[in-house]
Design a protein around this ligand. Structure first.
Ligand code: GLY
Length: 430
């Protein structure tokens, strides 16, 4: 079989690695892929934007691709799965109408309120309601801070701002509605109560009728140790979460994930693909923060290495609406991922810095190096973006995995590399 993977991050490299273990697969293509994916797939540097869907379909036909897996959210929200399926090609991911669960935070929040899914108290404002939004902010008592402002549309992970006081919140409102920093994605906003707690990421595989939860993970969003500094796309992750016991997991599924899936069905949306719930837990009670319509990054890099079942079969069954006899078998091992980012990230990122110590060491002794922002230049692996490498390890204990990763990182070097030194340390004793 010939498989095409769209995307270029650590998530897509991890998916390609996992898919490559299926004996039926004799060729993997990636658009655009990265330097690591080139070791196991043939990569083509082509944009995966809506304007290019036609060229992607042509590529699929010319190369007799059997099945396409879509990594990032933007093409899903733009309807790539509908487009490919309408043209007779099988693809993994939700339809355009289902992908609104990530593409529109307003849609999802209103849907959650209507279906009694627990979450933060929320207020909605359109761009032409600037004055109303400002008056609302000015009416908030200072003791109720922080509050959260969210852009409705996709904003590359930057559309959620936590504001600690009125000044910050009015500034954020200006950024959204006056300076237009998020363009169309910021034309409607949600102002939400801030819920303090710990986060749980839970990715579920869906075939339209059935939903199967995968194991839990947690990611680290801030750039610096102890959750300091700016938000990033994710600086590390670990799985499973020892502090999510079966009782809490049941609450997350029964109160949030399963009712969402069933309510979507009632609205005529047969959700296929990954439904990723971002949950916050306060006083042992779960609340929905957000949904994503695809695999999480870097959660995928710690969940898939623990999956003992065949990933491609699962994804194809999901796409065919046939997960009835699918069972997910999990390793009891613990898995940790540390992201190495480039100089200046997250404000800027670097291109072209030579990365030493990676080529010869990929994926051995339960240490996996999943590439993200890398490319090949003059025979060298070089940086090509903000998040560059994902160093992942599996072990009987978190401590074992953490030690393997940080000792591996000592042999990797490039100008300005940065990484967190506290990933998974809070669960090291498990
Ligand atoms: N780790 C968060 C995300 O994938 O959006």
């Amino acid at each position: 079989m010939k498989i095409l993977i769209l995307g270029s991050g650590g998530r897509e490299h991890c998916i390609a690695w996992k898919i490559s273990q299926n004996k039926k697969v004799n060729k993997i293509f990636a658009i655009p892929g990265n330097a690591g994916m080139q070791q196991i797939s043939e990569c083509f540097d082509m944009p995966i934007k809506k304007e290019n869907f036609k060229s992607i379909l042509k590529f699929i036909k010319n190369n007799k691709v059997d099945f396409t897996i879509i990594g990032p959210e933007a093409p899903l929200v733009d309807g790539i799965v509908d487009y490919l399926e309408d043209n007779g090609h099988a693809a993994f991911g939700p339809s355009k109408s289902a992908a609104r669960i990530e593409g529109s935070k307003v849609f999802t929040k209103k849907f959650a309120i209507k279906n009694n899914i627990p979450g933060a108290e929320a207020y909605f404002f359109k761009k032409n309601e600037y004055k109303k939004a400002k008056d609302f902010i000015e009416s908030l008592d200072s003791s109720t801070y922080p509050w959260v402002i969210k852009a409705d549309g996709l904003a590359a992970g930057k559309g959620v701002l936590i504001c600690k006081d009125r000044l910050e919140m009015l500034g954020a409102l200006n950024d959204f509605f006056i300076k237009d920093i998020f363009g169309r994605a910021g034309e409607e906003i949600i102002i939400e109560e801030f819920i303090e707690g710990f986060e749980v990421s839970i990715m579920c595989i869906c075939d339209g009728k059935r939903i199967i939860p995968m194991q839990t993970a947690q990611d680290y969003k801030r750039i610096f140790d102890s959750d300091k500094g700016r938000n990033t796309g994710g600086m590390g992750s670990f799985s499973p979460l020892p502090f999510v016991d079966s009782n809490l997991q049941k609450k997350i599924l029964d109160r949030i994930i399963f009712p969402t899936f069933e309510s979507l069905k009632k609205e005529g949306i047969n959700y296929k693909g990954i439904l990723y719930g971002g949950i916050i837990v306060k006083d042992n009670e779960p609340y929905l923060l957000e949904y994503n319509c695809r695999f999480g990054d870097p959660e995928t890099q710690v969940v898939l290495p623990r999956l003992n079942s065949d990933l491609l079969d699962i994804l194809m069954n999901a796409s065919n609406g046939n997960l009835d006899s699918t069972e997910l078998i999990w390793s009891a091992q613990k898995c940790v991922c540390v992201v190495i980012a480039s100089k200046g990230y997250p404000e800027t990122s670097s291109k072209g810095d030579i990365i030493y110590g990676v080529k010869e060491h990929s994926n051995e002794n339960d240490i996996f190096i999943f590439h993200a922002g890398t490319s090949i230049q003059d025979g060298n692996i070089v940086t090509n973006g903000g998040r560059v490498l994902n160093i992942v390890s599996k072990d009987k204990t978190f401590n074992g995995a953490i030690n393997k990763i940080y000792s591996k990182i000592k042999s990797i070097n490039f100008d300005g590399m940065q990484f967190r030194s506290d990933i998974a340390k809070k669960v090291a004793e498990n």
